[in-house]
Design a protein. Structure first.
Length: 286
């Protein structure tokens, strides 16, 4: 039997329609949500992500700008730009596209973004709020999209065993927190985990966020598992593939996200949701 495909692209489209309708209402109140994205350097993947984020904003009627800075930009220059955006009342969301060049300390930059404009949910204040379950935290976009897609399958997370493979600050760690909030029993695995297969085989829900092409093969998965593939790996042929061996695993799983067209579009949709929330919060609109 083959798995049902979880159509992230279609779900993201639905979310964008909802955001667009809310943006129209906000405009009637004189507020146009605005996202500013800073891109430092010339990383081709980052350039294309940033372009897509700006396009998404336009499609839902938000203002957006991409601020491109040279690879040689100093930490002080980048900090000054972040501070300028913190002060700009027309900017509701600030996103510094990662990775940034090695000579700049990523932590210093993330800490400088006003938590109220941190639509990535990477600032320690928002991370802490997420950890203790405060409602006004900005949740990081990819994990938020992951949970939404699991719910879309009709799976009740309560009491289920969710296994997350990967412990990054962007995906693995926050995804485990959000799954816990949904009352799942969560196991976080990573590159140092011994007997990984034995653990992933116990999963009702498997979230793969390791960044290694096709690492999760059919022998990591038990029948009936919901498989969410966060990986976007460019292989030699130029093709974009996930962390999951889709062809094989889709024969076993109950539901599976494709790559592309699964988690990726959801990350972008959630960024729009967070930017909308930021605009509403900053202007005191419920
Ligand atoms: N680089 C890869 N994913 C992300 C993301 O979600 N946010 C930012 N700022 N940079 C990224």
């Amino acid at each position: 039997m083959s798995a049902q495909i979880i159509d992230g692209k279609a779900r993201a489209k639905e979310i964008k329609e909802e955001v667009k309708a809310e943006v129209e209402q906000l405009k009637e109140k004189g507020v146009v949500p605005g996202l500013s994205v800073i891109l430092v350097g010339n990383d081709p993947a980052s350039q294309s992500y940033v372009k897509m984020k700006a396009k998404d904003c336009q499609e839902v009627g938000m203002n957006s700008e991409v601020i491109r800075m040279e690879e040689s930009t100093s930490q002080e220059e980048l900090l000054a730009e972040v501070e300028r955006l913190n002060q700009d009342p027309n900017v509701h969301g600030i996103l510094v596209q990662l990775p940034i060049p090695d000579h700049i300390d990523e932590k210093v930059i993330i800490n400088a973004i006003a938590p109220s404009k941190d639509v990535d949910g990477f600032h320690p204040i928002n991370v802490g709020k997420m950890m203790i379950g405060e409602e006004d935290a900005y949740l990081p976009c990819t994990p938020r999209g992951v949970v939404d897609l699991i719910k879309l399958t009709g799976t009740d997370l309560k009491g289920k065993h969710a296994v997350v493979v990967g412990r990054s600050n962007i995906v693995g760690k926050p995804a485990s927190m959000l799954l816990l909030k949904e009352h799942a029993t969560v196991t976080v695995c990573h590159s140092k985990t011994t007997n990984l297969k034995e653990i992933t085989k116990q999963a009702d829900i498997l979230v793969a966020a390791v960044g290694r092409a096709h690492m999760i093969t059919e022998d990591f998965v038990s029948p009936g598992t919901v498989v969410i593939d966060v990986g976007t790996n460019r292989i030699e042929s130029g093709k974009l593939v996930g962390d999951v061996d889709y062809e094989k695993v889709s024969q076993i799983a109950s539901h599976i996200t494709p790559v592309p067209g699964g988690v990726g579009p959801m990350t972008r949709a959630m960024l729009l949701m967070n930017t909308l929330d930021a605009a509403k919060t900053i202007h005191g609109i419920k």
